[in-house]
Design a protein around this ligand. Structure first.
Ligand SMILES: Cc1ncc(C[n+]2csc(CCOP(=O)(O)OP(=O)(O)O)c2C)c(N)n1
Ligand SMILES: [Mg+2]
Length: 401
């Protein structure tokens, strides 16, 4: 089963170099065992010190505070949804290392195309608390003019493409964007985040194949967190995760422990170097676990056990990283506690402010698509305006209460 032609699969031209068989031979599933890179074990000990990435103390602490901030934001916003202040939220508890660790290995010029659970990447890039809040409260300061559900962030200045709800759409878009970066001679790549569930979409296959054939400098970063809402991975696919698919498309692939921030950082750094220098895509599959519910509309007790959750709680990526930092004498607990208490206050203050900012005017609803809105949309707007004028008590001017 070895590739005796000494050529990469993509260098083989149709049949040249293909080994010939003289009996019917099935290639068994599981023939290739894709290992998982781990550099920090569950106790925060380095597994192979020589491979530990070179991370300065300042960067290590920025990674830690970005993960902590993300968790605090998630906690507060889930609470706010329960209080009826926002309509929807989606937390990334348990996946902070996969997200922040990979974002930390990028350059600020790299484009981020995300699914919806990657708020940690925005935190790392410096997205402000008020920006999170204005988007979630759909107020007049939201650059999307309140047209999307909460958590669909986007920021041109930070090279973060606006999130789309339909799964997988960002994958072929990332291939195209990366191709454009290459054509323009940019020293930048595109990272595309998606869940293992989204990898069942046709867009995943089209996007990966296109990136491989057109040599697009992109990192396809899959967060394999065990579930697509209530569907566990065993019911999603029968192959060896998502990593095995990269090989099928001729894309270099790394599987990494997604709860180990050092391994994620090292893998993403290498993937970026290869993508940029060799103008090619790299697939990373980060093995992790969604400790939170899928979203505020979900209740995981209906489809998974408390024992399973408790087992993964033990692998908390933030705790693991803190143990490593502590071992290096880089963990300053009082300073971290002060940071967290400030962050909590900042989040609450920004939330209260954003919910008092007026929501977007109704007229906005029909703008930005047509040069001149057509008559039937104008008619619908006028009917809507009459309806709102008749029942003003149901249409407050701000999201606040
Ligand atoms: C095309 C499409 N189909 C279905 C949905 C509904 N949906 C939203 S999230 C989700 C699960 C996605 O799972 P995964 O990609 O593993 O990401 P995770 O939520 O685990 O981070 C589904 C089915 C959708 N948004 N778009
Ligand atoms: Mg998933």
């Amino acid at each position: 089963m070895q590739n005796k032609s000494n050529k990469l699969p993509q260098e083989r031209n149709h049949l040249s170099g293909v080994e010939i068989n003289h009996k019917v031979n099935l290639i068994e599933n599981g023939l290739i065992d894709i290992p998982m890179l781990q550099l920090l074990d569950e106790h925060g000990k380095e597994t192979n010190p020589k491979a530990t990435p070179d991370i300065a103390e300042g960067l290590a602490n920025k990674i830690l505070t970005s993960m902590e901030y993300t968790r605090l934001l998630d906690e507060r916003m889930i609470g706010s949804q329960r209080q009826g202040r926002i309509s929807f939220y989606l937390a990334c508890k348990g996946e902070e290392a996969a997200i922040v660790g990979s974002a930390a290995a990028l350059s600020d010029d790299d484009m981020i195309m995300s699914q919806y659970r990657e708020q940690g990447a925005l935190v790392f890039r410096g997205y402000k608390t008020e920006q999170f809040m204005n988007q979630m409260f759909s107020n007049q300061l939201d650059p999307n003019k309140g047209r999307q559900m909460p958590i669909h962030y986007g920021d041109k200045a930070l090279n973060f493409m606006t999130i789309s709800s339909p799964l997988g759409t960002q994958i072929p878009q990332a291939s195209g964007y990366a191709y454009g970066q290459k054509m323009a001679g940019k020293e930048a790549i595109t990272i595309c985040y998606f869940g293992e569930g989204a990898a069942s979409e046709g867009d995943f296959h089209a996007g990966l194949n296109m990136a491989a054939v057109l040599n697009c400098p992109a990192i396809f970063f899959c967060r394999n967190n065990g579930y697509a809402i209530s569907t566990p991975t065993e019911e999603q696919f029968a192959g060896d995760g998502i990593a095995s698919r990269g090989i099928g498309y001729g894309v270099r692939t790394i599987r990494v422990d997604g709860n180990d921030v050092l391994a994620v950082f090292a893998a993403t750094k290498l993937a970026r170097e290869i993508a940029l220098k060799e103008a090619c895509p790299v697939l990373i599959e980060a093995m992790t676990y969604r400790l939170a519910a899928h979203s505020t509309s979900d209740d995981p007790s209906g489809y998974r056990s408390k024992d399973e959750e408790a087992k993964w709680q033990q692998k908390d990526p933030i705790e693991r990283f803190k143990k490593w930092l502590d071992g290096k004498k880089w963990l300053n607990e009082p300073a971290l506690e002060a940071y967290k208490s400030n962050a909590r206050e900042e989040i609450l203050a920004a939330l209260k402010k954003a919910e008092q900012v007026p929501v977007n005017p109704l007229e906005d609803i029909i703008e930005d698509v047509y040069d001149t809105p057509p008559w039937h949309l104008k008619k619908q707007l006028s009917e809507l305006q009459q309806h709102v004028a008749k029942y003003p008590q149901h249409y407050p001017k701000t999201s606040g209460r």
